[in-house]
Design a protein around this ligand. Structure first.
Ligand code: SF4
Length: 304
């Protein structure tokens, strides 16, 4: 059995990480506080549908009600858990520190909340924000999630990320200097990327000594620039088998100490154009496990 898992996974699961750290099941409660995004002014990422992908968060509710509603839904599946409040949608460090701090202060006093997770962009971490995150990290278990998507500069331009790979490197170093647990989001199957590009992104993250990673499969949502590009040029979308093959190779190349927070995509079903196979998330996860057994491979077994 792989050392950093509690089940049959051959990679370092978030569940294992939390069990080691908190000695109990921990679940993340997704929150939407209507955070906007600076890249929207620049046209936005081509795949962005500008909607929360969570069907749990509800931006119309007060922050505590929103948290409690999410908790109620998730604790049916995982009773007696601890919680991390997860600011998921938009670029949460774009607005003022004061606004998010007010929410965080209300969440941290809720029973069994053991951490805060904040999703943002690498080019949106001002000195004020870094000072606040530094303080917050001393009070609770803080995670900052940064979108990278690819370490290929040409791809970042094509998808209109509005930041460079170097911006990402600099942001990670600033967070690491403050001992903040930092998670990178990447996307597999971006237009015109090949398997080597996707493995290179993993190697770049190894070198950066990132704490955790979320691997997403690219999906095309209705009413996005990507949907228009797809309709005009119909670039190839990865099949489920190709995606599984790439993820297996990425995991082999990923340092065994990097926590895997996600390994598939989570599209909004009624907005999804392609790939339809992504809707069956648990089949994808199971097939990755089966393929790793079949090939007898583990996370990090190709890392020297
Ligand atoms: S950074 Fe996120 S919210 Fe902003 S445009 Fe890109 S995907 Fe959308």
């Amino acid at each position: 059995m792989f050392k950093n898992t509690l089940d049959n996974k051959r990679y370092y699961t978030l569940n294992y990480f939390f069990r080691q750290k908190f000695k109990q099941k921990v679940i993340k409660i997704p929150l939407d506080v209507n955070s906007s995004c600076p890249n929207q002014l620049n046209g936005g990422c081509i795949f962005c549908s500008n909607r929360s992908t969570s069907n749990i968060s509800d931006a119309t509710l007060d922050i505590v009600k929103q948290f409690n509603k999410g908790k109620e839904i998730l604790e049916k599946k995982w009773p007696n858990s601890l919680y991390i409040a997860y600011f998921q949608s938009g670029t949460n460090t774009y607005g003022s520190v004061k606004t998010i701090k007010k929410f965080v202060d209300k969440l941290l006093v809720i029973n069994n909340v053991v951490g805060i997770s904040i999703a943002t962009r690498p080019d949106t971490l001002s000195d004020d924000w870094l000072a606040y995150l530094n303080d917050l990290n001393k009070k609770t278990f803080l995670t900052v999630e940064l979108g990278l998507q690819s370490s290929n500069e040409k791809t970042l331009n094509f998808i209109n990320r509005g930041h460079t790979v170097n911006d990402f490197t600099k942001a990670v170093l600033k967070l690491q200097k403050r001992n903040i647990f930092t998670v990178a989001h990447i996307i597999d199957g971006l237009p015109y990327e090949n398997k080597n590009d996707m493995i290179n992104t993993i190697k770049y993250l190894n070198n950066l000594k990132i704490s955790g990673i979320k691997i997403h499969m690219l999906y095309i949502s209705k009413n996005t620039k990507l949907a228009r590009i797809y309709e005009n040029k119909n670039f190839p979308i990865l099949s489920k088998e190709e995606y599984i093959d790439i993820v297996c190779e990425q995991l082999r190349n990923l340092d065994e100490n990097i926590v895997i927070e996600r390994i598939t995509g989570d599209p909004i079903v009624d907005e999804l154009i392609e790939p339809k196979w992504l809707v069956k998330k648990f089949c994808v996860l199971n097939d990755i496990d089966k393929e790793m057994v079949k090939r007898n491979i583990y996370q990090g077994d190709l890392v020297k």
